[in-house]
Design a protein around this ligand. Structure first.
Ligand code: URP
Ligand code: ZN
Ligand code: ZN
Ligand code: ZN
Length: 552
């Protein structure tokens, strides 16, 4: 009758309030192993009206079977917080086309894979309002979504209006993350000064800065070079933007974020060298997070060299999947040891006829791959089944860490009293074979085709309702809701504030020496980089000064 608490301490069953007598929706998940990021326990979970009411043994008094109670047997199964996919692009108008997984089918597919929340991106064109883009994306998503969702907003240009709108989005619209593109030159790309401004603004308003880290100028030059060499096929995509192009931009973003002590989130980390940059920054004490995606963890870029053009084209995304076949394992190891933190899918799918826009020129192939449905299974197979991580780390990287970084925790990302009942009953022993023939997505190709994965979501519960069970959906468009997020997430901003405090104290208590000397002597450009430098006190120079002529 005892319930192991978060730190393993025995506790009585936790319950928020006596069950109301009025008509209610009641669900009991019985006999499973409840897995959170910090503990696993044999426990029942009682859900009422979309919220977890109790976790423990005998959560209902003996003989108490209230009317309307539905019991799900989870014996031998794991009971997990629903997945949070930090990165999707449903019905995204992009590269002359529009991604085919819309908010309806895309979120249904998410549920089938055990994901109960997606985070999509509202992306304005240069010169356009961020708030208008946000409203547009909401008008697409709100009536269509089958699971809960949030929106990141992209900053694709800079002005006083953008600066003001970032504040409004954060204070009034539930946005606490902004993505800046360092690639897609002339379309979405911003320059270093704009990154500096945007990062500074994120810091002021308590948001997290996200970057698509690739050097857009080098991407453009690389593409010209490949086309000039007669390489027009999908292999040219990777050849034109190799690892160094991603790693350089990642380091530049880390450096700029560090200059203003803004928390940074690197989306779709695709290469070993970019992942190492993130890992090094974290070891230097910087508040930086890296997000590998299902594609990068589950497959590789050797497919770009496939003889069949369409097969190769379906693997084109940016930054590219890497041809080094040891990359997925490497990224998974870093994810297991916390060098990398969250996982998304970057689900941005195009059918074959859309990919064919680039049949004679790889730069015209719409960028994007699938992953929203298969992310959880891929990570279970390659992460847990392979022995790299345990089930708690699985929950951390598929759900909890995202909830903490984006300020949704513990409403999302945890099974505990008061949390949203977004829950997956997961069979770790069952297997399924991934295929475009059987997946629930709109797209006609699957980059994981034929892969056999252990770890199958047998029941998915969203907002306390069984929405997917044994292959059958019980969900309608609009059942999901927009989830607003508050700024200054404790998980990231506590450390930022602490660092700011320390550096301001350090710079104010230095005597005549001047702060620069302490920067020079510090071992690395870590937190000291943000110290406010003070001038060296010295006698004014009284000697001769040459006079400049206009020519000089
Ligand atoms: O290829 C990709 N990643 N397509 C979606 C847009 C982006 O850069 O995330
Ligand atoms: Zn991107
Ligand atoms: Zn292939
Ligand atoms: Zn993306």
């Amino acid at each position: 009758n005892l319930d192991a608490g978060p730190r393993g301490c025995p506790q009585s069953p936790r319950r928020s309030a006596p069950l109301a007598m009025a008509a209610r929706s009641l669900l009991l998940i019985r006999g499973g192993c409840v897995v959170n990021d910090d503990s696993s326990q044999e426990a029942d979970v009682l859900v009422e009206d979309g919220v977890v009411q109790a976790v423990g043994r005998h959560v209902l008094p003996p003989g108490d079977a209230p009317a309307g109670l539905r019991v799900l047997d989870a014996a031998g199964k794991l009971v997990l917080p629903g997945g949070i996919d930090t990165h999707t692009h449903m019905q995204f108008p992009f590269m002359g086309s529009r991604s085919v997984d819309d908010f309806h089918l895309g979120t249904k597919a998410a549920l089938a894979g055990g994901t109960t929340m997606i985070m999509d991106f509202a992306i304005p064109h240069k010169g356009h309002s961020l708030i208008e883009a946000f409203d547009t994306w909401r008008s697409w998503a709100d009536p269509q979504v089958c699971c809960d969702y949030s929106l990141h907003v992209a900053v694709t240009w800079w002005s006083d209006q953008v600066k003001e709108e970032m504040k409004i989005l954060t204070q009034d619209k539930g946005v606490n993350s902004f993505k800046m593109f360092m690639a897609y030159k002339d379309v979405y790309m911003v320059r270093d000064v704009e990154l500096y401004e945007a990062f500074s603004r994120c810091k002021e308003i308590g948001a997290i800065a996200q970057v698509h880290a690739e050097n857009g100028d080098l991407v453009a030059e690389g593409a010209k070079k490949m086309l000039a060499l007669g390489i027009t096929g999908p292999e040219g995509h990777e050849l034109s933007r190799p690892e160094a192009v991603e790693a350089e931009a990642t380091l530049r973003a880390v450096t700029i974020a560090s200059a203003v002590n803004c928390p940074l989130y690197v989306v779709h980390v695709m290469s070993k060298s970019a992942a190492k940059v993130v890992a090094d920054a974290r070891r230097d004490g910087k508040v930086v997070y890296g997000e590998p995606i299902a594609a990068g963890l589950g497959t590789d870029g050797t497919h770009h060299w496939d003889r069949e053009w369409l097969h190769a084209a379906h693997h084109v995304m940016g930054p590219p999947l890497r041809p080094d076949p040891s990359t997925p394992d490497f990224l998974m190891n870093l994810l297991a040891n916390d060098d990398l933190t969250t996982t998304g899918s970057d689900n941005c799918t195009f059918n074959s006829c859309q990919k064919a826009l680039g049949k004679d020129d790889f730069t015209k192939i719409p960028n994007g791959v699938n992953g929203v449905e298969d992310r959880m299974s891929i990570i279970w197979e390659k992460g847990v089944h392979s022995g790299k991580m345990d089930e708690n780390r699985f929950v951390a990287v598929t759900s909890t860490n995202a909830a903490k970084i984006f300020n949704l925790y513990p409403r999302k990302g945890r099974i505990a009293v008061g949390s949203d009942a977004d829950i997956v009953i997961w069979d770790p022993k069952a297997t399924r074979t991934i295929s475009a023939k059987t997946h629930h997505q709109a797209v006609n190709f699957n980059i994981f085709e034929g892969m056999v994965c252990h770890g199958v979501p047998v029941v998915t519960i969203s907002r306390g309702k069984v929405v997917y069970e044994a292959g059958v959906f019980s969900v309608s468009a609009g059942d999901g809701k927009f989830i607003p997020r508050k700024p200054f997430a404790e998980y990231i901003y506590k450390r930022i504030k602490q660092q700011d405090q320390i550096t301001s104290v350090e710079s104010s208590d230095s005597p005549s020496l001047g702060k620069l000397s302490s920067i020079r002597t510090s071992e690395s450009l870590g937190v000291h980089e943000t110290c406010i430098p003070t001038p060296v006190k010295r006698e004014p120079y009284k000697g001769e000064v040459i006079t400049l002529t206009s020519k000089e």
